[in-house]
Design a protein around this ligand. Sequence first.
Ligand SMILES: Cc1cc2nc3c(=O)[nH]c(=O)nc-3n(C[C@H](O)[C@H](O)[C@H](O)COP(=O)(O)OP(=O)(O)OC[C@H]3O[C@@H](n4cnc5c(N)ncnc54)[C@H](O)[C@@H]3O)c2cc1C
Length: 400
Amino acid sequence: MNQIVIIGAGPTGLTLAMLLAKRGINVKLIEASNSFRRIFRGEALMPSGLKAISQMGLSDVVQNIPHRCFDAWEFYIENRPIFRVDEPMELGGQPCMLISQPAFLETVLEKANECEQFEFIQGTAVRDLLWQDDRVSGVKLSDGREIAADLVIGADGRNSIVRQQANLALTQAAQSFDILWFKLPTSPDFTENIFYSILRDRDGFGVFQSSEGNLQVGWSLDRDHPIEWQKIDWAEKLASASPDWLATHFRQQKDFIERPLLLSIVVGRCPQWHVPGLLLLGDAAHPMSPIRAQGINMALRDAIVATNHLVPLLQQQPNLAAIDAVLPQIQAEREPEIIQIQRLQAAEVSQGELMKNNPLLRYAVSFLAPLIGSIIKKSWLDRQLQLRQGVTCVDLKVKQ
Ligand SMILES: Cc1cc2nc3c(=O)[nH]c(=O)nc-3n(C[C@H](O)[C@H](O)[C@H](O)COP(=O)(O)OP(=O)(O)OC[C@H]3O[C@@H](n4cnc5c(N)ncnc54)[C@H](O)[C@@H]3O)c2cc1C
């Protein structure tokens, strides 16, 4: 039986490992960190990701871990409400849901561990690829161990070392922002779970209640207008950009706002996701912007498409050339959706930048919102259908 080695136990690598192992494929999964409970893990899932989870047989997992649905999305410019969209949106599908990603990954790992074909190597990073006759033949770990593979799958995220070692170029999109990510306590006054998008002057941020019950802030840091964010009084900064009721909460929580974590945003796509013996998936192949919560959804859909292609082939114990031949087919099936979703994310960013860079436009929109809010809302909604439901048809076809 062929041996598959997957690098990275994020949403891509772990769900793919579980899907393959449950279908009788030998999988070794290697994860650098010792715990899934690192500070930052995105947690919003769109209907496309929830459908993928259901097809993977993991809906019960979501019900048994911390989760909560969004009730609505609200947009504020210059402290004035622009529009609100309730969940579930009239576009159809389930409401967008927040799940605890560490709890999700831990439970998927338990499911994978039920399979004797599955082995998890945790707490050791992959440092190098092994090559034989111009084909990737395995990986070398940071502790010196070498692990042979008939196929290596790089699911090691946006700064993928596998991608670099395989010399697969990443075409980066121009992104003009990074994210400061931090938490603070919520309040019983937040009876609905609303994703607020707030813009005042050049300050823009999103705030929502996370699956674990605190308020989560994602503050957009403009690379063209750097600030000394480490020295900022964040309670005051957030309050001054917010409508009054939210400003009061930020000031009350002054002593409980966590220190921000800087997350450098990498967005882009590899023109080629594979070399003989190796395939990239998830953020390693196409690092996703955090805008409108797409990356986990795309990761889960990558895992399904890879499973559809790999399982029927691997069950026939193919030769290495046959494995290599299927890799371009996986890229070809996933790439159109990734291209379109990244385009839509870029359109959301451009609209935000247009507002940030044009004070007159900001004031006009905020004053005229009662008249033109519904037009702006419609143009926003027009982009959301594909961002919520995906672009291509992705269904798990191979049964356990
Ligand atoms: C601020 C921010 C917020 C976001 N919020 C959301 C959201 O709400 N919803 C959403 O859908 N997407 C969100 N995203 C995007 C999402 O986080 C990613 O697209 C998604 O995690 C990609 O999954 P992945 O499994 O491909 O990679 P990752 O989740 O990055 O997982 C990669 C794994 O590989 C491991 N690894 C790395 N290097 C090695 C190595 N050398 N050896 C072994 N293991 C290694 C890492 O430890 C990690 O566990 C957000 C992104 C950002 C930056």
